[in-house]
Design a protein around this ligand. Structure first.
Ligand code: HEM
Ligand code: HEM
Length: 226
């Protein structure tokens, strides 16, 4: 057993920026009255963050890669059968079941950010793609935006209960590693956080977000009052 670097810095930054961003979205939509502009900006930021995580899942360090934690049904079943075993083998990265929870959370946040682009607050603010689509599509996106958040809240609750379960029942403390990146494990550590690659991909994600939000949909039609 050694104390090894498992979670690279970009993955950890991604995680805590995601948590902060979702908190901002909740507060600006549900609690504050005049904060829709900030809800839009933070929504664009989360959109870019998800694009970054998709790239990172393909080319990031070992444990951040989708290929290291997205497994088939047989592995998920085998893992699930021994989940109550206190002495089961701890995973360095995400376990087969947790890996799928991660994928679902990312998909729901993506659905939330994408549907937001088609939303209107029915007063002053319209998402950049609102004017491009039919009323039916606007209504569908409105439905997705409201329902997906409830689903996301369910997954967040499951995520936090699972971490508490591992800490208390299985005596595997997972949370500190999402802060400092290290775990006591027999698994091979990662050798670096691939900073240059991460910064390049963050810039590419920001450029793609700018294109989707500000260029591709075009300007909304001017309203004419007689
Ligand atoms: C809004 C709330 C949260 C959301 C949406 C969320 C989402 C996620 C996601 C997407 C991942 C996968 C990270 C990646 O591979 O990129 C993850 C992993 C993780 N999160 Fe969270 N998280 C939330 C809150 C928390 C909190 C409050 C804690 C600490 C108590 C926490 C601890 C962890 C840990 C330890 C992992 C790694 C799990 C493992 O070892 O497999 N998360 N979370
Ligand atoms: C991951 C990103 C996002 C999250 C988590 C999120 C979350 C939320 C939540 C929780 C609500 C309140 C829903 C309800 O009352 O049932 C909401 C409403 C709304 N969101 Fe988002 N949102 C995101 C992205 C966006 C984006 C990118 C836009 C626009 C560009 C947007 C525009 C709106 C609008 C217009 C409303 C309706 C406000 C109203 O009812 O007056 N959202 N969002």
């Amino acid at each position: 057993m050694q104390y090894s670097l498992i979670w690279d810095i970009p993955t950890r930054l991604f995680h805590w920026l995601l948590v902060a961003g979702l908190l901002v979205q909740y507060v600006t939509a549900e609690w504050l009255d005049d904060a829709m502009q900030w809800h839009f900006y933070a929504g664009y930021f989360l959109f870019g963050l998800i694009i970054f995580r998709c790239f990172w899942g393909l080319v990031g360090p070992k444990y951040a890669r989708f290929s290291s934690f997205v497994t088939g049904p047989v592995q998920v079943w085998r893992y699930s059968r021994q989940i109550l075993n206190r002495h089961s083998k701890p995973y360095a990265g995400h376990n087969p079941l947790g890996g799928w929870v991660v994928v679902f959370m990312l998909v729901i946040v993506a659905a939330q950010a994408i549907s937001g682009l088609f939303m209107s607050d029915d007063i002053f603010m319209q998402g950049p793609w609102y004017h491009v689509v039919s009323v039916d599509t606007q209504e569908l996106m409105n439905f997705v935006h409201h329902q997906a958040f409830n689903l996301l809240l369910g997954f967040i609750a499951l995520h936090i209960v699972a971490i508490a379960f591992y800490t208390v029942y299985k005596r595997q403390s997972l949370a500190p590693a999402m802060v400092h990146g290290k775990k006591t494990t027999v698994a091979a550590p990662i050798s670096s956080s691939k900073w240059v690659l991460a910064i390049t991909l963050a810039l590419v994600s920001a450029a793609l977000t700018y294109y989707v939000v500000a260029i591709a949909p075009g300007a909304p039609p001017q309203e004419v009052y007689y």
